[in-house]
Design a protein. Structure first.
Length: 218
């Protein structure tokens, strides 16, 4: 398959989802780019801790991304980070208590660099807006259950902004224990191979679907 044809095929795969608004995917890609920049900055910082295992695997690739390859990696039909969107109990708690009453004893923070709060704010605001305006898209792009989507949508904007300020440690890369997923995505983005990029994107969707099934009640 010629490169131009492969590129066209890759782009049309997501354009064909007519119920997904173009501006929704464009905003998602912008946030994903910022998340990749944050990951690269964390890798450059040399900080140890929960980020060390994954970043030892993919740090060189993250640091090698230029603007074009980062743009290709970011153009996934899902968010490359998570903020506990599959954790129903977390959002039940948010809906029942003031944000400042939340227990701060969460999993150790992945990011330890400046800028994480700003990106967390954008991620949570995007999620909140999406659950209110395009519930089905929120479930697909963010890996949310229907119940979590309803709980996030029930938050106020003030709550969402407070969460970002109080809990930047909620922001984590997806697939912390699957460095191969990240490697496949980043290697294909650097190479510009549209078929390989599409394969990596589809693998991500499959993993999101599997994670969603794992969180379904028995």
């Amino acid at each position: 398959m010629e490169p131009a044809i492969r590129k066209e095929h890759s782009e049309r795969a997501w354009e064909g989802q007519s119920w997904l608004r173009a501006e929704t995917l464009a905003a998602l890609a912008e946030i994903n780019e910022q998340c990749l920049e944050l990951l690269a900055a964390q890798a450059r910082s040399g900080a140890m801790g929960p980020s060390a295992v994954l970043l030892r695997e993919i740090g060189p690739l993250l640091r090698s991304l230029d603007s074009d390859s980062r743009h290709r990696a970011a153009a996934c039909p899902y968010l490359l980070v998570d903020a506990g969107f599959g954790d129903q109990q977390r959002w039940v708690w948010v809906s029942g208590y003031h944000v400042r009453d939340l227990d701060r004893r969460n999993a150790a923070a992945f990011f330890s660099i400046p800028g994480v709060t700003s990106v967390t704010r954008q991620v949570l605001t995007y999620a909140w807006h999406l659950t209110r305006s395009q519930n089905a898209a929120a479930r697909m792009l963010l890996g949310m259950s229907a119940h979590c989507a309803r709980l996030v949508a029930a938050c106020t904007l003030r709550q969402v902004l407070d969460l970002a300020e109080m809990h930047p440690e909620w922001l984590q890369p997806r697939w912390l224990d699957r460095p191969r997923m990240w490697r496949d995505l980043l290697v294909s983005a650097v190479s510009g191979d549209a078929v390989a990029i599409e394969r990596a994107r589809m693998r991500g969707l499959q993993l999101l679907a599997a994670d969603a099934r794992a969180h379904l009640p028995p």
